[in-house]
Design a protein around this ligand. Structure first.
Ligand SMILES: *Cc1c(COP(=O)(O)O)cnc(C)c1O
Length: 374
C-alpha cells in the first residue's frame, strides 16, 4: 500500500505524459519553452486569477512575492505555526521576522482570534512594522478568508495565500489560490497537483505585481535581456515540468479532485464515530492534500502509528513540531505552551494514505486497521 501513489497516476496518464516529454525533447526549448506559457494560461483560468507566474518551487513562489513587496528587516509577517517550514522560512530569508499565530483545532488553519492577539502584541511592543499575513490552506482546506481578509484590511496587512496544499479547494464558490493580494502553490510531486520534480506558481490579479514577479524570477531582468533593473532569483519552471503538468491538470480537474473527495468521505463515514476526523465547515471544500485524524493523546497517536505500520498501512505525522518550537526559531522566545493548539496538534495528528487512485478495498483495509487499533 502506498501513502501517495504517483505510479498509479503515471500508469493512468502515461501516453499523454510520454508524448509531451517527447515533444519537448524534439523542440529542445528547455527553458521558458512554449509549454510554460500555455500552462500559466490554463492554471490562471482554473484558479480564476488574471495572472499566473510559474517558478522553480513553492518556497520560491512565496519569496518572489515578499521580494516584490519589498518586505525586509524590521518588518513583521504573521504566519501560522502549524505548517510546513517554508511559510516562515521565506520571511526570515527576506530579513523580516515571522510572527507566529495559533491555529484552530477543528480545521488546523490560522485562528483569526490568535491573529488579532499577535497584531496587538506587535503594536504594543512597537519594534516591528506590520506588513503582511500568510494564511496557509493546510491539508487542502482553504483558510478562513471570510474572517482573515477583513482583519488584514483593518490593519493594513497584505495577504499572501500559501496554497501549496490548497490547490483545488474552495470557499464560498471561489477557488483556492484566488484569495488575498497574491497566492502561491507548489508542484512538489506529493501535492494535490504535482510534477516530476520541483515546481511552483504565483497567482495575482495585480498587473504591477505580475510584472515585478516576471522580472524577479529571471534575475531582476529589465526589458532588455542583459539589463537587470533589480536583484532577483533564478526561479523558472522547467519546460519539461510544464509539459508534464498539462495532462495532470486536465486529469485533476476532470476526475482526480472528485476522487480525492470521494475517498475522504469514505474514510469519514467509517471512522467519524470512533475518532476525530477532519472538519470541513459549511461553504468550504478541501482538495485533501492530507486526510488527518486527531487522536486523544500523544501516546494513542504513537501506538496507532506503530500498529498501522505493523499491519502494512503507511501513515505520516504532519507536523511533529510546530514552527515556533523549531530549534532555529527558539531565539525568538516563544515558550512551550505559548501557542497551545499548534503544540497539541503536533503531538496528536496522524495522516492516512490519500490519493485519487485509492480503491474501495484499500480504504476498507485502512479503516479496519485504524478501528482495530484505536
Ligand atoms: C510544500 C509546501 C511549501 C513549499 O513548497 P516547495 O515546492 O516544496 O518549495 C510551502 N508551504 C506549504 C504549506 C507546503 O506544504
Amino acid at each position: 500500500m502506498q501513502f501517495s501513489d504517483l505510479h498509479a497516476q503515471y500508469r493512468a496518464l502515461q501516453q499523454e505524459i510520454d508524448e509531451n516529454i517527447r515533444r519537448v525533447l524534439e523542440h529542445g526549448k528547455y527553458i521558458m519553452g512554449p509549454e510554460v506559457g500555455e500552462l500559466e494560461e490554463k492554471l490562471a483560468a482554473y484558479v480564476g486569477r488574471k495572472h499566473c507566474i510559474t517558478c522553480a518551487n513553492g518556497t520560491d513562489a512565496l519569496s518572489l512575492v515578499l521580494m516584490a513587496w519589498g518586505i525586509g528587516p524590521g518588518d513583521a509577517v504573521f504566519v501560522p505555526s502549524f505548517t510546513f517550514m517554508s511559510t516562515a522560512e521565506v520571511v526570515s530569508l527576506a530579513g523580516a521576522e515571522p510572527v507566529f499565530v495559533d491555529v484552530e483545532e477543528d480545521t488546523f488553519n490560522m485562528d483569526p482570534e490568535s491573529l488579532l492577539e499577535a497584531i496587538a502584541r506587535v503594536d504594543r511592543e512597537g519594534r516591528l512594522r506590520k506588513r503582511a499575513v500568510i494564511p496557509v490552506d493546510l491539508f487542502g482546506l482553504p483558510a478562513d478568508y471570510r474572517r482573515i481578509l477583513p482583519i488584514a484590511e483593518a490593519h493594513g496587512l497584505k495577504v499572501l495565500e500559501d496554497g501549496a496544499q490548497g490547490f483545488g479547494g474552495t470557499l464560498d464558490g471561489k477557488t483556492a489560490c484566488a484569495f488575498g493580494d497574491a497566492s502561491t502553490t507548489s508542484f512538489f510531486p506529493a501535492k494535490p497537483l504535482g510534477c516530476y520534480g520541483d515546481g511552483g506558481a504565483v497567482f495575482t490579479d495585480d498587473d504591477t505585481l505580475a510584472g515585478l514577479l516576471q522580472s524577479i524570477r529571471i534575475h531582476g531582468k529589465g526589458s532588455e535581456k542583459y539589463d537587470n533593473v533589480r536583484v532577483g532569483l533564478n526561479s523558472r519552471l522547467d519546460t519539461l515540468q510544464a509539459a508534464i503538468l498539462q495532462p495532470k491538470l486536465a486529469a485533476f480537474s476532470a476526475y482526480e479532485l472528485a476522487a480525492r473527495q470521494k475517498w475522504a468521505e469514505a474514510y469519514s463515514e467509517r471512522l467519524s464515530g470512533a475518532v476525530k476526523t477532519p472538519a470541513v465547515p459549511e461553504g468550504f471544500s478541501s482538495s485533501w492534500a492530507q486526510y488527518t485524524l486527531l487522536l486523544e493523546s500523544h501516546a494513542k497517536r504513537e501506538s496507532l502509528k506503530a500498529a498501522l505500520a505493523a499491519a502494512g498501512v503507511p501513515s505520516m505525522v504532519y507536523y511533529p513540531r510546530p514552527l515556533h518550537r523549531q530549534t532555529v526559531y527558539l531565539p525568538l522566545g516563544y515558550e512551550a505552551g505559548s501557542l497551545p493548539v499548534s503544540e497539541r496538534l503536533a503531538e496528536r495528528v496522524l495522516s492516512l494514505p490519500m490519493h485519487p487512485y485509492l480503491t474501495e478495498e484499500t480504504v476498507e483495509a485502512v479503516c479496519a486497521a485504524v478501528l482495530k487499533n484505536l
